[in-house]
Design a protein around this ligand. Structure first.
Ligand code: COA
Ligand code: ZN
Length: 309
């Protein structure tokens, strides 16, 4: 044990990242990628989603991925699930957690999930009921909590009302998602403070996208209010195909680099994830927004230019 404050980093590139890629990533490459992540010190890995293959063709191989990855017993393997059918598929693959998803915004929920929020809630309540008692954990990810690209700000009463309904279903955790990078630090501080105070029994995760460059600042604001769990995506991949303008999650290596410098214990091996991230451009066929991959860690020193006096 050391005296550093522990933070829990949850890698979402295989789900939030890959769901958004135009080029289909070969199933064996996905499995190899997740296997390498599994050896890198993450608390949790969101490995795929059990969605309709018509809605998210990039992850149509979810069943095979979950059957073939090598599990590290220290890692919680979670999968995104939008409906009862997805939960049945996930349970058949022996997942550790189902991550149920719906949106705080009515418009985004209809666009993304083709259901009203009430229909989504009814489906997810049914899933939570069916999963309870199986030993599989239930997390709920609420999208567009910090703003919706179609509706604008979402009332905090609505957000906390939804959280309360899920808390009453005795879910294990809730993730507040900034799906399109609309969150800003003082807003995050207010929402995080209230969420921690009102729902101390829930495992609370923050899920930030860096669409407007505020993801690292938002993370620090949340830590200040007691949040210790964060989703992040290797290379800064990510984005919701049903949210206009969505782009990458907070980049895991940039996040881990900053937090470790500040003295937090993330558990994540920065060198190892940089090694994996370095292979991403080739895997997905385009450049990635990672800063640390480009610049190197802070104390990666360079020789002085020739002729320096
Ligand atoms: N897994 C596999 N297939 C599924 C499925 C699931 N979880 N849910 C539905 N399907 C299939 C149905 O069997 C049906 O197949 P068919 O056309 O061969 O009969 C088809 O998908 C349509 O089913 P329906 O219930 O009418 O769903 P829909 O077309 O209204 O779509 C969702 C609703 C929720 C399934 C779909 O919008 C979805 O998967 N969305 C996920 C979006 C997402 O992941 N976004 C990014 C993350 S936030
Ligand atoms: Zn996301």
């Amino acid at each position: 044990m050391n005296g550093r404050q522990k933070l829990y980093i949850q890698e979402v590139a295989p789900r939030d990242g890959f769901q958004n890629e135009q080029r289909f990533i070969d199933t064996h490459d996905k499995i190899d990628f997740i296997n390498r992540l599994s050896q890198s010190g993450y608390a949790k890995i969101e490995a795929t989603s059990f969605t309709s293959p018509k809605a998210i063709p990039a992850l149509k191989d979810a069943d095979m991925v979950m059957h073939e990855i090598e599990r590290n017993p220290d890692v919680v393997y979670t999968v995104l699930v939008p409906n009862v059918r997805g939960a049945e598929r996930a349970l058949a693959c022996n997942v550790d957690e189902v991550n149920l998803v719906m949106s705080a915004s009515e418009t985004h929920n209809r666009a993304n999930l083709r259901m009203t929020r009430e229909q989504s809630f009814a489906q997810l309540a049914e899933v939570a009921g069916a999963v309870r008692g199986t030993g599989v954990a239930v997390n709920v990810s609420l999208s567009t909590v910090f703003g919706c690209p179609m509706e604008g700000d979402i009332g905090t009463l609505e957000v906390f009302g939804l959280m309360d309904r899920f808390a009453q279903l005795e879910v294990d955790g809730i993730t507040l998602c900034d799906t399109t990078g609309m969150a800003y630090p003082s807003q995050v501080a207010d929402i995080a403070k209230q969420a921690k105070a009102q729902f101390p029994q829930l495992e609370l995760t923050m899920h930030f996208h860096n669409t407007r460059g505020m993801a690292l600042a938002n993370t620090l604001a949340a830590i200040d209010r007691g949040v210790d769990r964060f989703d992040a995506s290797l290379g800064g991949l990510g984005g919701c195909p049903y949210a206009p303008g969505a782009s990458g999650n907070v980049c895991t290596e940039d996040l881990v680099h900053m937090l470790e410098l500040m003295g937090y214990d993330t558990g994540v091996d920065l060198d190892r994830i940089l090694g994996i991230s370095g292979g991403l451009p080739q895997l997905i066929g385009h450049d990635i927004p990672s800063q640390i991959l480009k610049a190197g860690p802070r104390l990666t020193l360079h020789p002085a230019p020739a002729g320096t006096a």
